[in-house]
Design a binder for this molecule. Structure first.
Ligand SMILES: N[C@@H](CCC(=O)N[C@@H](CS)C(=O)NCC(=O)O)C(=O)O
Length: 89
């Protein structure tokens, strides 16, 4: 398993993904994207076509949008659960 998080340290959207990776105890690589134009480089656009961080690459599979990344991580790596689902009453 090779997980890479493309992020910017000041971005709250990046941080929620970063915290989730840490809380789940996953091994991952961090790659900082400087939002001074680096996000428009073709290598990064191939991962994140709308030039947004965060982006997660999992064994070559790219996921963008922080909330979608959190859902992806929860589905693929469910333990420990990061969201308690309450039963409907
Ligand atoms: N809805 C997206 C928002 C992502 C976003 O707006 N990222 C900003 C930084 S916080 C960004 O990459 N900006 C660079 C750009 O628009 O070129 C998410 O939750 O991931």
């Amino acid at each position: 398993m090779v997980l890479t998080l493309y992020h910017s340290p000041i971005s709250p959207n990046s941080r929620r993904v970063w915290i989730t990776l840490l809380e789940k105890g996953l091994d991952f690589e961090l790659v900082e994207i400087k939002l001074d134009g680096e996000q428009f480089k073709p290598e990064f656009l191939a991962i994140s076509p709308f030039h947004h961080i965060p982006a997660l690459v999992d064994d070559g599979f790219s996921v963008v949008e922080s909330l979608a990344i959190l859902d992806y991580l929860e589905a693929k790596y469910p333990t420990p659960a990061m969201c308690l689902k309450m039963p409907r009453i």
